[in-house]
Design a protein around this ligand. Structure first.
Ligand SMILES: CC(C)(COP(=O)(O)OP(=O)(O)OC[C@H]1O[C@@H](n2cnc3c(N)ncnc32)[C@H](O)[C@@H]1OP(=O)(O)O)[C@@H](O)C(=O)NCCC(=O)NCCS
Length: 114
């Protein structure tokens, strides 16, 4: 059964400006070590923006306002498919994630099932 859905869209430039301005201080506040390694492996900021959108989409789907961004981790399987690793009540198999980006925006969609 679907318990919640969430979607978020973000301008890649906005995340890029924050990274350029605040550097590691911003990255370490929002992203885990794995996410930072993944984001930095890309030539642009699209993956950081996609992972940021994925965190916001999860918060919308879960109605959980007191959750730290770093507690919602975005990982990738061997096919590069993104998935959530979150330390909440539901097992991680109950979280579904899809991310897309073009030149300007990144978008993420999250489903939480029971
Ligand atoms: C998956 C695929 C369709 C993405 O197409 P695309 O138009 O280039 O991708 P978009 O720009 O819309 O989205 C990119 C995001 O898709 C996600 N993604 C990548 N591979 C994925 C996969 N295998 N399954 C699901 N999502 C995937 C990632 O989050 C990626 O963002 P990132 O590069 O920041 O990690 C394409 O890479 C592909 O055809 N892969 C080979 C076949 C495949 O794995 N299909 C999956 C369905 S079974």
């Amino acid at each position: 059964m679907i318990k919640g859905i969430g979607i978020d869209i973000i301008e890649i430039e906005r995340i890029g400006n924050l990274i350029n301005h605040y550097g590691d201080r911003f990255l370490n506040r929002i992203f885990t070590k794995n996410e930072i390694r993944y984001g930095k492996s890309k030539s642009n900021f699209e993956s950081f923006a996609g992972m940021f959108a994925a965190k916001e989409a999860f918060i919308k789907a879960s109605c959980e306002n007191n959750i730290n961004f770093k507690d919602i981790e975005i990982l990738h399987n061997q096919n590069k498919r993104p998935y959530y690793k979150v330390g909440l009540d539901s097992p991680n198999e109950n979280y579904y994630l899809s991310i897309s980006h073009n030149k300007t925006n990144a978008i993420a969609f999250c489903i939480i099932s029971s």
